[in-house]
Ligand binder design. Structure first.
Ligand code: ADP
Length: 256
């Protein structure tokens, strides 16, 4: 990682005009897909992420079934046009790693013991990538799980903190990620302070690390509020719809 490029100006503003402890604009929508049991769409700066959840459903292949609990199986995928150069489609080392860490974070919050032998499948599609996609993906996935009505302890907000020009900064964008000195994605539950994800790329001093975690905790609280708001909006709309069962019944008959 290089650090020569000056990415914070005299007044402490970053290349996109943010302060060091400022998030990019985040928009979360729940229930955006009709076929999936639960879904969510997240726009996070220039990131665009779609998450869909199916299940709990019978786990295949069957030898993976756990008689004591459900399996949370996440597939993180960057689509071919999500980055500047066409990304070669299909799994690679990076997406296998990200799928694993997101599965583990989600498995911690879902009451998996309620659904033995099943699989809860979580699909994360990165439509447009601009750094921090694992965090945006995890944030979207937990909203999609809640939208699917899957019992869980809590939703999981996630954000990356980093270091550029020897300063700790919240929520790196692509340029900062490329030239920055460190990248620390975290997922911290606001209610309990539990850490469900923490990775570190690069170097930080202990003081910098402590400040980064402090920024991460504050940002996770904000993201958590946005997640809850997305779910509230999703279900408020349904409640406000006039209750007319006739067309719904006709539609159900047509769809079989
Ligand atoms: P995250 O997206 O969680 O920050 P990484 O640190 O691995 O994960 O990647 C940082 C950013 O690098 C991604 O968000 C994306 O913008 C970019 N990137 C990752 N893989 C590719 C790729 N194959 N081609 C081009 N850009 C990529």
């Amino acid at each position: 990682m290089e650090s020569e490029a000056k990415m914070i100006d005299e007044s402490g503003l970053r290349i996109d005009g943010r302060r060091v402890d400022e998030l990019r604009p985040i928009r979360i929508e729940a229930g955006v897909l009709k076929r999936a049991d639960g879904s969510a769409y997240v726009e996070w700066g220039k990131n665009k992420v779609l998450a869909a959840v199916y299940g709990p459903r019978e786990c295949h292949p069957r030898h993976l079934q756990n008689p004591a609990k459900a399996l949370v199986q996440c597939k993180y995928n960057m689509i071919a046009f999500s980055v500047t150069d066409r990304k070669r489609p299909g799994p690679d080392r990076r997406s296998v790693e990200i799928s694993k860490i997101i599965s583990e974070a989600l498995e911690y919050v879902v009451f998996t013991e309620n659904f033995p032998r099943t699989s809860i499948d979580v699909y994360i599609e990165i439509l447009q990538a601009n750094a921090g996609t694992r965090c945006a993906g995890l944030t979207a996935a937990s909203v999609a799980l809640a939208d699917a009505g899957i019992p869980m302890k809590d939703m999981v907000p996630s954000v990356a903190v980093g270091k550029i020009n020897d300063q700790v900064v919240l929520d790196l964008c692509k340029e900062e990620d490329n030239y920055g000195q460190a990248d620390l994605p975290v997922a911290i539950l606001p209610r309990t302070g539990e850490v469900l994800l923490m990775q570190m790329d690069g170097h930080m001093t202990i003081d910098e690390f402590n400040r980064a975690v402090e920024y991460g905790v504050g940002a996770c609280e904000k993201i958590y509020a946005l997640q809850k708001d997305a779910l509230r909006r999703r279900y408020a709309i349904e409640e406000a719809e006039p209750i007319d069962e006739e067309p719904r019944r006709e539609r159900a008959e047509m769809e079989g």
